[in-house]
Design a protein around this ligand. Structure first.
Ligand SMILES: [Zn+2]
Length: 171
């Protein structure tokens, strides 16, 4: 099986891809459009020219699956369309028999991918725990597993905030 790195826009800002000499990279067309920084653009264009990187759209089925997983982990409110597509691409490649590793600096992306047991790399090495999010009332400390992005506290009516309910050490 072929190891393939599914890379986020933030990864192209760093020199991470430069260090992976014999690796294959893949990303989504949406992520490429997100790349604005000149050095990152140059890096992406070079990888395309060298045929070390491809771009591919994830399937609708994969996107729907990731959306439902992100709702369960509580990450859906902070994931962009591009984030969802990128995780869906990694998930789809895994189902096709590849060995995808998702490379991102975005904790919500890494968190959702790790819940799906997709291998992940944080080039900055800051992501260490996977988190299940819930809501907490800042006034009375009422907690709920509700995954809604914003909801009023049933006890005191204050707008509740996203809070980590459960942390698992990275496996
Ligand atoms: Zn409250």
């Amino acid at each position: 099986m072929t190891r393939i790195y599914v890379i986020d826009a933030g990864v192209l800002i760093s020199t991470w891809t430069d260090k992976k000499k014999d690796a294959s990279f893949i990303t989504t067309p949406g992520i490429i459009q997100e790349v604005r920084n000149r050095l990152s653009k140059f890096r992406a264009e070079t990888l395309f020219l060298l045929e070390k990187m491809q771009q591919r759209e994830p399937s609708h089925d994969a996107i729907a699956y990731i959306e439902s997983t992100a709702t369960q982990t509580g990450d859906s409110s902070v994931l962009s369309k591009n984030d969802i597509d990128l995780i869906a691409l990694a998930y789809m490649l895994k189902n096709e028999g590849f060995e995808p590793t998702l490379v991102s600096t975005d904790f919500a992306v890494l968190n959702t991918a790790s819940q799906l047991n997709l291998p992940i790399i944080d080039p900055n090495d800051k992501f260490s725990q996977r988190i299940t999010w819930g809501l907490k009332c800042p006034a009375c400390n009422y907690k709920t597993k509700s995954r809604a992005s914003s909801v009023e506290c049933p006890v005191c009516g204050t707008t509740m905030r996203r809070t980590p309910l459960k942390k698992n050490k990275k496996s």
